[in-house]
Write a protein that binds this ligand. Sequence first.
Ligand code: DGJ
Length: 731
Amino acid sequence: MGITYFEDNKVFKLDTNRSTYIIHILGDEKFVSHVYYGHKLDSHKLNYLMLMGQEPVASKPMDRDRLGFMSNFPKEYPTAGLGDFKEDALSIRRKNGTFAVGLNYKSHNIYKGKKALKGLPHAFGTEENVTTLELICEDAPTGLEITLNYSVFEDTDIIVRSTTIKNAGNESLYLTRALSAAMDFDNDNYDILTLYGDWAKEAQISRCPLTYGKHGVESVNGKSGVTYQPFIAVLQHNADQDKGEVYGMHFIYSGNFLANVSMVHYEKVRMVMGISPYNFNWLLEPGEEFQTPEAVLVHSEEGIGGMTRSLHDFYRDHVIRSKYVHKKRPVLINNWEATYFDFNSDKLVSIAEEAAKSGIEMLVMDDGWFGIRNDDSRGLGDWFVNEDKLPGGLKPLVDRVNALGMKFGIWFEPEMICPVSELYEQHPDWAIALPDRKPACSRSQYVLDLTREEVADAVYKMVYDVLKSANIEYVKWDMNRQLCDIGSATLPPERMGEFHHRYMLAVYRMQERLLTDFPDLLLENCSSGGARFDPGMLFYGPQIWASDDSDAIERLSIQEGLGMLYPLSSIGAHVSDCPNHNTGRTTPFETRGIVAMAGTFGYELDITRIPEADRAQIPGQVKRYHEVNHIVRDGDYYRLAQYSENNRWDAYMSVTKDKKEALVTYVRVINRVCEKPVRVKLKGLDPAKTYTVEGEDRTYTGEELMYGGIVFDTPYGMGDFKAKMLHIKEK
Ligand code: DGJ
């Protein structure tokens, strides 16, 4: 059982395979306090860590110094206005204008399994691998019932937290801040780890020492990225890929978020994760309930790599629902970088014909097939086929592609509307805008007000009709701008502060509908590349387009950052043509193939026009993908070296769970003379097993490969932008 209640100490002990989390119900007023999170323990008697009565850290909840106590005792879910001046998890606005709210334990439930969250993406599991604790708390003056939910996924060292807030009183009030999780602990020479980015430069890793003050990342643009990932971790200053303690929080949500860590006197640290309070003002009428999204808590004693592997297993087994999660995805060819908007059926079929000869399995038709969309200045919202480009509609095209033995996929951007479109002519008020201000266009588009059911229904119906019109097996769901000018023509003023969250709920509802109506669909989410790459979207589609930057070298740091959190099988990666459209760089076709193989793998080029020498490599690359994808898709991922740190070379590997096979990738970015040979020590193998290494006659023991390593490069070695991928097998 992953969760036990010890009546003697009023303690809840939550255990995963390798970590323990302890909550204590404190004193007569039953405050919910945080005692411990870390290495797995047998003991539950750790209340002494709270240093009760030992000034100045925490004194007793006595009347003379109640404030000292309220301010200092470590909390599970800090609330506003009652003397804790650090970051709150919950704050309200009552009719009388006050904002204070409290939290006192009332009762609890512990059960095997986990409930689904209605309308929100969420983690799932079975009665065998998840246990849930519901800590039901109350705030008597307001009548709020606040349930802290904890689900323990023992097999992956993950604890998932969320909060359910019910107005069980008789006064309507607003939630002005309702985060998903908070955690108090003492500093231990910690650093902070976050991910930042931009268009074509997603998921860059940032690490800096934790100092006094508030540090964190936030999104207020209506989606999770691209400025930051909805993730934060603290880790010991000496922690690296293999050792040291790491505490991470990740968010199963795709809209505005707040993730921060603050440190105050006595090096008290608080970490929080939840929906950003920016324009968050949720009216909770008597009887109504608000459910926060889920925060994922991970603890690792094996450094960043340990955290990565826990998260990968967790997302693959407990968040990504798609039946394709553990399956090989079809190798696709996408026409975006091949043609942009300039294509027709014949052009697409010519690409498909050539692709089929090379073993490519699916053609994806990107932006530009509908309405008057001949460039990015018009047409979004008009989800009907442009018959000038695709004569006779979609079916004849899809039939021709299918006749080549290939699947067919299509691009949509259902959340958007262009001011130059039929849809806008008919429904100008469907775009998000403020009545008395000029709205900001971005890429010539506005965002549709999907919080209005009639808008979401009408758009969904158009998408549905297109998908029903032919044999379409894959959808790329794009979303190419941020949300601003926030206002809905139909939300009442008292609910306008609900807009951002309601928008996300509407997007989730549409994707749920899509998957219910088309259960076999392979859905790839996208947002100008990876601007909405988050665990929430993974609940709907098993893969997300990582970046519009397909340059193999730029991709190293993008895929390193994403791979730190997300399974490689979820990272959309394609081979594109050179000079690269973003960087102008030319890299060998082989390197592009090897780098894309650490993701979903596909092509994004005009196969009819690339150099013959490149085209000739495609059948071999596709064959290779089929041989090794199971290792990348379901294996354990280890970082061996980071080009983002050493500026010269990159290396990583995946190992099957049974340790019988591994795939090692080495990319030499910049060559330098007179450097020592690059010896890469492998990880995660069985030291006692004997392995063959691709291209070598001799065998090695796992021990030799892990401690002796492989020499990949010598001083006058491979040259710039070169890559090697080695398949290692047990003999
Ligand atoms: C942004 C995506 O990231 C690209 O792959 C492509 O689909 C374009 N949008 C199309 O407009």
